[in-house]
Ligand binder design. Sequence first.
Ligand SMILES: [Zn+2]
Length: 318
Amino acid sequence: MIGAVDIGGTKIAVGMINCEGKVLARRECLTDADRGYPDALRRIIEMLRATAQTANMQISGIGIGSTGPVYPLTGEIGDVNFFPHWKGENPVRDLSQSFQVRVAMENDADAAALGEASWGAGHSKSKLIYVTVGTGIGTEIILDGQVYRGVDQSHPEIGHHVIDPSGPPCLCGFRGCWESLAAGPAMVAWVERNAPPSYPHVADLTAKKICELAEQGDSWAMRAGEHESRYLGLGLANLVTMFVPDVIVLGGSVMKSASLFLEKIRKMIGTSCRFVPYEKTELALASLGEDSNPDWSRQSLVLPLLPRGRNQCNLTAP
Ligand SMILES: [Zn+2]
């Protein structure tokens, strides 16, 4: 029985999970970061005890997913926007002392990717890339059940690889990185730049609204969706060419409208990744929903890529 703790900017959620990944009991409270770390720790401990009691089980380990940056190897919280006064606090050490069990912490995106690899859309796949498209683009690489880390255990920022060097500037230092062109705000910026002043929805536009309008047949929103599909497809095709993973799991608020983009993405991969067996890489939608992150879809759908067409290089063809 694992105690799971999700520390977010708005709320802290706690659950009791059995070895099949099933949530047996859950509780949550507001983060209320200004009340200080000791107060939050006290509430986390209370919720862990209460949920263990509800599930009528002993906790054998605790896993924490927290909004980052956090340091998984030392257990420390970094300089997090939502709770800057918690920097240097160590929930891994503190919960381990309280419960006398092993405690591990990852940033919430890596924790969600590990969840999808163990119990979700990436189950039984050894090479998984998790891509979340929302306000930004987050990516995680899981190899044989382990999070891939760079030098000094750093987190690679694949969401900031360059798609178009003449594109918009980004805080990462590049112009035209994937996030600057394909995250939700890029869709909004495209409509604001291109739609005429008379376009009725321009005042309160969000990526979610654009996706809803596109599904209703609004022509500017549909054009924004095509633009989005092209940049999502370019980035995903790059991932297929560079890594040829077993599966790419797609999550995040923009991917709740995945049906708007998938056909074009698949075509892009089919025409751009000919030097690798791209048809063996599956695209799948994240399946754990609110149990891994409140922003993600509950839908589960595996989408095999199109088989190689006759137009492609095939030396054995008659
Ligand atoms: Zn960037």
